[in-house]
Design a protein. Sequence first.
Length: 357
Amino acid sequence: MTDYSMIHKPVLLEECVELVTPAISGAGGVVVDCTLGLAGHATAFLAAAPAAHLIGIDRDAEALAMATQRMRDAGFADRFTPVHAAFDELSDVLDGLHIRRVHAVFMDLGLSSLQIDESERGFSYAHDAPLDMRMDASQELTAERVLAEYGEHDLERIFRAYGEERFSWQIAREVVRRREREPLVTSRQLNALVDEVVPQAHRPAGNPAKRVFQALRIEVNGELDKLARTLPQAALHLAPHGRIVVESYHSLEDRTVKTFMNQGLHADVPAGLPVIPDDAQPFFRALTRGARKASAEQIAANPRSASVRLRGVELVRPIPARFRRRFDDMADGMANDTARGKAHGAQQGTSANGRNR
């Protein structure tokens, strides 16, 4: 039997169980773990709620297989449904299972230990590996293709928007210049390039390439777009007093989660209105005071928790019709077209060699 504790340490495990369990403890409780990974959080949810059923979604087939075996080993196989999908397919997954309402939706947006530790995936700048970075190995777009085919302006935009990299233009220019001599295919090459471009006096703590790696990973996997589409789907499928709990690991993710949750945490009226109509009352209740962070002791025990931000909300009244319409549009991507256009650009015609996704 595999000792999963040796390869996977769930972040803020007790806090997540504390937030999720009250919603799924009753008979027929259903929780969706949209980012199953190696099922560290998922097994804890089922252990804490003996009557609950968990639907585990993951786009990484290898992780899904390992998580499924872990559920069998833990004796939870009859209360677990694995699904190979991206988390923004949440509504389709639930429709396919003939499930209309769920009691909790959980998301851990960090890379799984499997993805980080398997060096051939190229997620980590700490290992020399091919520049792959795909969470779903069946998709075509890789980090290597982004670096080889995107134009200078698109690369600059990605590094700036997704990595918040101060020297995004300089790095993009050097990528385009250097790839004319040799293809950029390994993390070692990219590390060296960024190391040469970013001035010593203006480097963040740690590896200077970490922001560039983050930006490439987000672009390759469409992470922010998927997150923005998944949150409204989760809300629309919540049962009364259902909960959404999300762990984010960088400011762009946390901002997306916070912005979405805030829509239901405040009265939908102009400031100073003396009477708040019933249909304008908040429909979410905050489960965390702001974003919960890891303590110094937790960071020492699990360094990957250093950047985590944990937020949760509970559905306390039906979502008003206008918000349901808005969430439907967001789930379809309509409300995010402008943002996506700015973030992704029109790649056809702006890339150096053109590409198809």
